[in-house]
Design a protein around this ligand. Sequence first.
Ligand SMILES: NC(=O)c1ccc[n+]([C@@H]2O[C@H](COP(=O)([O-])OP(=O)(O)OC[C@H]3O[C@@H](n4cnc5c(N)ncnc54)[C@H](O)[C@@H]3O)[C@@H](O)[C@H]2O)c1
Length: 268
Amino acid sequence: MRDFEGKVAVVTGAASGIGFAMCQRFAATGMRIALADLGGPALDAAAAQLREAGADVLAVPTDVAKWEEICALVEAVSDRFGGAHVVCNNAGVRSMGPSWETGIDIWRWVLGVDLWGVIHGVKAFVPFMIRHGEPGHIVNTASVAGLVSVRNNAPYAVSKYGVVALSEALKRELDAAGAPIGVSVLCPATVRTQLRENSNRLGPDTNSVTLLSAAPIPHEQSATEVAKKVLDAIENDKFWILTHPEVGALIRRRYEGIVDTGEVVTYN
Ligand SMILES: NC(=O)c1ccc[n+]([C@@H]2O[C@H](COP(=O)([O-])OP(=O)(O)OC[C@H]3O[C@@H](n4cnc5c(N)ncnc54)[C@H](O)[C@@H]3O)[C@@H](O)[C@H]2O)c1
C-alpha cells in the first residue's frame, strides 16, 4: 500500500507507546485515524493531541478482549469513515513470574488482551476490509517473545507466539484469496513505553511487573523509531518487522536448537 492521503487507519492500544506513535506517523501522511483503547483520560488526551496537530480523528473506547466491543469499533469506523485501510491490532499487557505461580486470572487477562484481542481484530476487520474492496494492510503486534520464548512471562510468550502463527496463516490465506490486503507482524525487542506501568495499573491486583526484562538486548528503541519501521513495512508490503536486527542470532540459535542441538533457547 503506497497511497496514504485520506485513507483510514485503525489502531488499538492507541493511547500510549507504540500505538500512539503509529497514530502520529500515520496522521503525518494525511491518513484519518480511529484510536481504540480502554476509555479514560489517556485516550482523550491522545485524540486531542492528534486533533491539535490537524488530524481527522475518531476515539472509540474499546476493550479488545471483548468481541462485542471490537464489533462496535467496526460499526463506529464504518459510520464515521466508511471503511478501513490500515488496521493495527496492537493493544497489549504483560505479567511476571514463573508459569505455575501465575494466577489463572492473570493468564486469562494476558491471553484475553494479547491473543484474543488480535484474533477479535482480525475476525472483525478483515471481512469489513474485503467487503470495502480497496487495498489495505493489517499489522499485528507480537514481540521478539513471539519468536524466542521468555522466562517469567509465559502468558505473554504464549500470546505472542499465537499472534505470529495467526499472522503467517492470515498472510497466506489473503494471498490465496487474491485479496489486496497485506499483512505484517511487528516483533520488537525493548521499546521505551509505559507497558510495565500500564500493566500494573490495569491487571489483577496480584500482577506486579517490577522490570521490563532481563534481556540481553542493550539497545532500547523509541516508539517513534518503531512506528517509522511499521509505515515502511506497510509501504513495501514487508511481512516481518524485526525492529532490532541484533536478535537475529538468537532466533537462528532457537531453530538450531530445534533441528540440530536440542538446546532450549530463551530471550532472557
Ligand atoms: N514496549 C516494549 O518493549 C514492547 C516490546 C515488544 C512488543 N511490545 C508490544 O507492543 C504493544 C504496545 O505496547 P507498548 O509497549 O506501547 O505499551 P503501552 O502500555 O505504552 O501501550 C499499550 C496500550 O494498550 C492499552 N490496552 C491495554 N489493555 C487493553 C484492552 N483490554 N483493550 C484496549 N486497549 C488496551 C493500554 O491502555 C495502552 O494504552 C503491545 O502489544 C506490547 O506487547 C512492546
